[in-house]
Design a protein around this ligand. Structure first.
Ligand SMILES: NC(=O)c1ccc[n+]([C@@H]2O[C@H](COP(=O)([O-])OP(=O)(O)OC[C@H]3O[C@@H](n4cnc5c(N)ncnc54)[C@H](O)[C@@H]3O)[C@@H](O)[C@H]2O)c1
Ligand SMILES: O=C(O)[C@H](O)[C@H](O)COP(=O)(O)O
Length: 387
């Protein structure tokens, strides 16, 4: 059995080595000739999986080690009888931690003494949005949720569900964080969902975060908005036309990262684990391997705080010890300084050579004489505590 896989999927040998022969190829430049004699294809988000890639091949199974599926022509795969599996939720916690770190930096920049005074609107309340909402609510933030597809579903089932609000209501929050998939059809398409009109609703003091897909924001409209007065602060992890993103937009936004919100080691390895499970099931093989067995000891495993620690400082220090988006921002800005033809490859290299980043759950926090509220905050974020 031949498995063709994106070379950027971690732990290919550990998970798939005893299932078949593995051929590693570049996900970005994968062609029909790379996959023609494959039985299974394993991708990440940078490979367009469609008729052009797969027609005439032996491929019977496609797995993407990602949450998003907008790079895959699902109806075509179904019509061709090819089994498909994604990795829903694999890196949801990683994205939630990215957003918390961004909010904490924003609160500090605003000179806020208590970051929970910010209201947060979450657009798209699936795996990522729900995880983020859960953490924020436990921390004490006011959170507004916008998810028309879920709202309609819950209404049609007459289920008592979340108290969803409209996009317009969400845009009134101090922070607006986008977590929808990229869709172009259906009753709630997200392509350019945030355009000129929505951007006009946002003003200085507000923070707009996009860690969903770049095309959810109309970037020409965003560039225009950022050139006007009273414009919001913007943090972008995802971009239109990756990897050849617009350097002018990078210049104009406050935080710019190269689509790495979901790039914790845990998130990536869970993605591999989920497609390993799906392929094993498809082939009728036992599932013997687990992501946890391949996760190394973290470089930072313990942090200590005593009663003298200021609560806000302690949270900031711990969060940023795990993940500080400013490092990724600096790397991306540096990459944009290169020659125009070099920028796309540089964007991809930042992602391919991404340093190991561990989630907060890998760090044990030792607390001596600290308040119950600080303990609760650390737990809400996902740290393990030793009191
Ligand atoms: N930046 C990153 O590294 C990164 C990592 C993981 C996921 N993502 C992106 O984030 C997206 C969301 O991930 P998820 O796991 O939460 O997906 P999900 O499918 O679990 O949830 C998406 C939610 O968005 C809602 N939605 C759809 N259209 C909407 C609209 N027009 N307005 C408001 N809500 C709408 C859906 O009803 C659903 O509840 C993924 O599709 C992926 O594109 C990015
Ligand atoms: O959809 C996802 O899971 C994320 O966007 C993921 O982090 C994308 O990473 P990539 O496949 O581009 O490496």
């Amino acid at each position: 059995m031949l498995i063709v896989a994106d070379e950027n999927i971690p732990l290919l040998d550990s998970f798939f080595g005893d299932i078949g022969e593995i051929r590693r190829v570049s996900g970005r430049s994968m062609t029909a000739s790379d996959v023609r004699d494959a039985d299974a294809l394993l991708v990440r988000s940078v490979t367009r999986v469609n008729r052009e890639l797969l027609e005439g091949s032996r491929v019977r199974f496609v797995g993407t080690a990602t949450i998003g599926t907008d790079h895959v022509d699902l109806p075509w795969l179904e019509g061709a009888g090819i089994r498909f599996s994604a990795a829903p939720g694999c890196n949801a916690n990683s994205v939630a931690e990215y957003v918390l770190s961004v909010i904490s930096l924003h609160a500090e920049k605003q000179g806020l003494e208590d970051w929970t005074n910010l209201s947060v609107g979450i657009v798209g309340v699936g795996n990522v949005g729900s995880e983020l909402a859960r953490k924020l609510e436990r921390l004490g933030f006011e959170v507004r949720l916008c998810d028309p597809p879920r709202a309609e579903l819950e209404e049609s089932r007459q289920e008592p569900g979340e108290n969803f609000v409209t996009l317009a209501d969400t845009l009134q929050c101090d922070v607006v964080s986008l977590h929808t998939p990229l869709t172009r059809d259906g009753s709630h398409p997200t392509f350019h969902m945030i355009g000129q009109q929505e951007l006009a609703e946002l003003s200085a003091g507000q923070l707009l975060i996009n860690a969903g897909r770049g095309e959810v924001i109309d970037s020409s409209a965003l560039l225009e908005r950022l050139a006007q007065g009273n414009s919001p602060t913007v943090a972008l992890d995802v971009w239109e036309q990756e990897p050849r993103i617009n350097p002018e937009l990078v210049d104009r936004v406050w935080l710019a990262t190269p689509h790495i919100a979901g790039y914790s080691l845990e998130g990536k390895v869970q993605g591999t684990e989920m497609i390993y499970q799906a392929l094993s099931q498809f082939l009728g093989l036992p599932i013997r391997k687990k992501a946890g067995q391949f996760l190394p000891e973290p470089a930072l495993s313990k942090l200590s705080f005593t009663s003298s620690a200021d609560e806000e400082d302690a949270i900031r220090i711990a969060l940023r010890a795990c993940y500080d988006p400013r490092r990724d921002d600096a790397r991306l800005r540096h990459a944009m300084d290169g020659a125009p033809a070099e920028r796309g490859p540089a964007f991809d290299r930042l992602r391919r050579d991404y340093p190991v980043r561990r989630e907060c759950s890998s760090v044990k926090i030792q607390l001596k004489g600290t308040s119950k509220s600080l303990q609760d905050s650390f737990r809400a974020i996902g740290f393990k505590l030793k009191i």
